[in-house]
Design a protein around this ligand. Sequence first.
Ligand code: IDP
Ligand code: MG
Length: 152
Amino acid sequence: MAHQERTFIAIKPDGVQHSLVGEIIKHFEQKGFHLVAMKFLQASQELLKQHYIDLKDRPFFPGLVKYMNSGPVVAMVWEVLNMVKMGQMMLGETNPADSKPGTIRGVFCIQVGRNIIHGSNSVKSAEKEISLWFKPEELVDYKSCAFDWIYE
Ligand code: IDP
Ligand code: MG
């Protein structure tokens, strides 16, 4: 059976303000990602500083935290085979200017500081991020009726 990995994906405040929540979720749903958890919240500065801790010494860090805290976000956990590669393919590059046209960042945004979506970039960071944003009981375990039509 195909081994699936979990990733943490967040629609950032600009994605929410541009009314792209449904559109973005549709991409993951239709591609065949398996939804495990989802919530709508305005993240605290503390949570965001933890989330982006690896970037704390970068010059854009204060602006990044302010941007991410400026409005609500949609936090999600999705499961998919080979999630790092698949996530990169779906999201595009960090800088929308370098993102291919078919990717979420390639289609819906222009600048790196307003790139509308976050996705984990390793299995380890996904685990860290999921435990930061979700309690274990918020992760739902169920079988998708489409599983055997998505995986061979
Ligand atoms: P990622 O989101 O593609 O994993 P990271 O390098 O981890 O990219 O950076 C996290 C986030 O920080 C980016 O998605 C973007 O919102 C923001 N960011 C990264 N580099 C810059 C920059 O040079 N200026 C402003 N914001 C940046
Ligand atoms: Mg990153």
